[in-house]
Design a protein. Structure first.
Length: 411
């Protein structure tokens, strides 16, 4: 232990003699560690943001949309025909064992008025199960009930964006808004969800009882009064997603009287898989950013090895004198190895501070979400120490195995 402490003292003394050279040598490690922390922080922040957005759309979510159909040989686009109904949602909830809940939805654009304020937004007619499927909670007030749907009650639940634009900071619960000349009492405000993974504002919405929406606001489909734009479905658990999709496919084909091999007039989408692919892409980007930044650490390590070789050459006579007075090979090896590791670790510590500062500045000025984990800091610090050992070993070994006679004769 005493030898190690002595080697550290000698190493620090040698580094102080050439402070500028030591600082420039550490610069490569400082930049490398800072770059790793900042870049991994940006990548991790992007991944975390996507995870939050995925969770905001709802858990175990499956969406059923109207599909394309053929009429007299002409294929109409997806959603051209209202092929889904409220009865389909009831059948799915009742007859598919892997399905927990199913909620029909209709939607359309509306202009909402309160006093002298107005706002164009998206109105959706839903059932109370929609709130559970989408993991909504109430910021104020309460959601409408099944009785409100049955009675086609003129009540509305506002998203935060709509509430802010109409009421400012005031609580709109109990106030009356006008939607297409129909007065609606505000039952409450939804807890904000922010942007969806596709970039849409999930809070710019008004939720109405589906019966009220079709009868008094959006209008019912002339061909089928119970037609809906989509079905929001929640599987029992993440493991039941594929089974739920299969059960729904078989049930809807039977209900819509689609023959084997015939084109389906509906489309089932597992949104979790779609958004999970985005999350995977963000994680890959994080790894790539970290790998690119790690190149700076290697370059810094090469700089350490270069300077240490110069130091060995400059101190050849000193090495010869130490050998002459009894210094062992491992003592000299330890001395120069400690110098290299000290340079690397000091650079690593400064690099951590610079990296954390850079992450804060990136988040503030570029408005990118950054998330620096303790693990990334630890890995960057350990990697800087490994770089010091790896690139410092060759110069240290060269010094340790130097011929003492030749070293003493060196000018």
């Amino acid at each position: 232990m005493n030898k190690i402490v002595g080697s550290i003292r000698i190493a620090l003394r040698a580094l102080k003699v050439n402070r500028m050279r030591s600082a420039l040598t550490m610069l490569g490690i400082i930049i490398g560690v800072a770059a790793v922390i900042a870049m991994v922080g940006v990548g991790t922040g992007a991944t975390a943001r996507i995870q939050d957005q995925i969770q905001s759309i709802g858990s175990n979510l499956i969406i059923v949309l109207p599909g394309s159909v053929s009429t007299n040989g002409v294929r109409l686009g997806s959603g051209a025909v209202a092929s889904l109904t409220q009865d389909d949602a009831k059948a799915i909830a009742a007859e598919c064992p892997s399905v927990a809940l199913a909620a029909p939805t209709v939607r359309g654009s509306v202009q909402v008025v309160y006093g002298s304020n107005n706002w164009a937004t998206n109105a959706q007619g839903v059932t109370p199960d929609y709130m559970t499927i989408r993991d909504y909670t109430m910021l104020s007030g309460q959601f409408f009930t099944t009785q409100d749907v049955d009675a086609a009650a003129k009540i509305a639940v506002l998203g935060e964006t709509v509430a802010t634009n109409l009421f400012g900071d005031n609580d709109p619960t109990g106030q009356v808004v006008i939607i297409k000349n129909v007065p609606f009492t505000v039952a409450g405000v939804l807890t904000p969800k922010g942007q969806s993974p596709t970039g849409q504002d999930q809070d710019d919405v008004i939720l109405l009882p589906i019966s009220t929406a079709t009868q008094k606001v959006l209008g019912a489909n002339k061909a089928n009064a119970k037609a809906v734009n989509s079905l929001m479905v929640q599987a029992m658990n993440p493991q039941a997603m594929d089974q739920a999709i299969q059960e729904m496919d078989e049930l809807l084909r039977e209900r819509h009287k689609i023959l084997p091999g015939g084109d389906e007039d509906f489309t089932i989408r597992n949104l979790t898989e779609v958004f999970a692919a985005q999350e995977t892409s963000a994680q890959v980007m994080s790894i790539l950013l970290g790998a690119i930044a790690s190149v700076s650490l290697i370059v810094g390590g090469i700089g350490i090895m270069n300077i240490m070789l110069v130091s060995v050459t400059e101190r050849t006579r000193e090495i010869g004198l130490r050998q002459a007075v009894g210094a062992k090979t491992h003592d000299i090896l330890m001395q120069f190895l400690v110098e290299a590791v000290t340079l690397s670790l000091l650079g690593g510590i400064i690099g951590i501070v610079v990296g954390l500062t850079a992450s804060v500045l990136i988040s503030h000025f570029a408005h990118w979400a950054t998330q620096v984990s303790p693990m990334s800091i630890l890995l960057a610090f350990v990697f800087s120490a490994v770089v010091g050992v790896f690139f410092g070993y060759y110069p240290a070994r060269k010094a340790a195995y130097m011929d003492p006679i030749e070293a003493l004769r060196y000018e």
